[in-house]
Ligand binder design. Structure first.
Ligand code: SF4
Length: 214
């Protein structure tokens, strides 16, 4: 029987060869083929991720992994080794005219969607962590405001898989939402819900205390 990691490697090969979006700037960025019950879904790589060859490799990632280290007791490398990190789009969209990274457009999201569908079908995650409003909209099919979403655990059917969903705000400096109230409190509530989720305990086990004691 083909293992989850092998199926993910095949998928990554397809991703690496994808040039379907004319406005996107390569290379395609993805993490390793982690057979995980937790699926994190970001928006799209920024300008630096391509050269590092992994998602959340720059400033937004520093903030994101600090959140996880403080709340879960796992360091960045442990988190990357145990959680599958995907995104709504896998190439850098370029800069928006007004500054900041361009949000992937509807066609680009649709072109990249089959990769996420395949990843979800392979992993059958018990917990999905959408990061930022675009990923939240895609995972929960909702336009609910962050104030109503962050800090809750939602039950959803994501690409045919029944799963818990705990949304997080985007950690980039572009939005101050998570730095001001009620964002700060709601973010801490969301991280506490992640920390106590059974799939997190199952995924990290003793790695939590070991990596936090390093
Ligand atoms: S964003 Fe997705 S669909 Fe578009 S070129 Fe990159 S990998 Fe392919």
């Amino acid at each position: 029987m083909t293992s989850v990691a092998t199926k993910l490697r095949v998928l990554h090969g397809d991703l690496d060869g994808c040039t379907a979006c004319p406005k996107m700037i390569g290379p395609v960025v993805h993490g390793p083929p982690v057979a995980s019950g937790i699926l994190l879904v970001g928006q799209a790589p920024g300008p630096r991720e391509g050269s590092f060859g992994r998602p959340f490799a720059w400033t937004a990632g520093k903030t994101l992994f600090r959140w996880f280290e403080e709340a879960l007791g796992v360091d960045e490398e442990t988190f990357r080794a145990k959680v599958y990190i995907a995104a709504v789009a896998r190439c850098f969209p370029g800069k928006a005219p007004g500054g900041g990274d361009r949000r992937p457009d509807r066609e680009e999201i649709a072109r990249c969607l089959p990769f996420l569908q395949r990843e979800t079908a392979i992993l059958k995650p018990k917990l999905v962590l959408p990061v930022g409003t675009l990923a939240i909209e895609q995972v929960l099919a909702t336009k609910d405001k962050l104030n109503d979403l962050i800090g809750t655990v939602r039950r959803a059917t994501y690409h045919g898989v029944e799963t818990d969903v705990i949304a997080l705000p985007h950690p980039s400096g572009a939005s101050p939402w998570h730095k001001m109230e009620p964002g700060k409190t709601l973010l801490n509530r969301a991280l506490a819900r992640i920390a106590t989720h059974p799939e997190v305990a199952r995924t990290f086990g003793s790695a939590r205390s070991q990596s936090s004691n390093r």
